[in-house]
Unconditional design. Structure first.
Length: 112
């Protein structure tokens, strides 16, 4: 209850019985793979010209996103990250990632 970062922007209260209540953010439920619509594209912006494969459109919890990202990174043999609803894989693996996702039952489409 003493996390000051959650109380930023809060006005001071003189009420001695005041209890600061925070709203918990609910993570969306993970959709089944056949209902997911994932777009696999390539991106170079902000990465010093290096290519990364982006998988966008995942709807679900952060843990499920991290697990899917880990599986794709292991299959491709490269590094990457999974956060903010997208998976970033180092290198140009658009075709391979699209085929892997289709093999897992996802509705994946190759972007640009």
């Amino acid at each position: 209850m003493n996390d000051w970062k959650k109380r930023l922007g809060m006005v001071y209260s003189t009420n001695p019985n005041f209890q600061f209540i925070t709203e918990e953010e609910n993570e969306p439920q993970t959709l089944e793979p056949s209902r997911q619509r994932l777009i696999v594209s390539i991106d170079r912006s902000g990465r010093a010209g290096k290519q990364v494969t982006l998988v966008k459109g995942f709807v679900g919890s952060q843990e499920d996103l991290a697990e899917l990202g880990k599986q794709l990174k292991v299959k491709c043999g490269v590094g990457g990250t999974a956060k903010n609803g997208e998976i970033c894989i180092q290198g140009d693996f658009r075709d391979k990632v699209t085929e892997l996702l289709k093999g897992m039952g996802y509705n994946a489409k190759r972007g640009n």
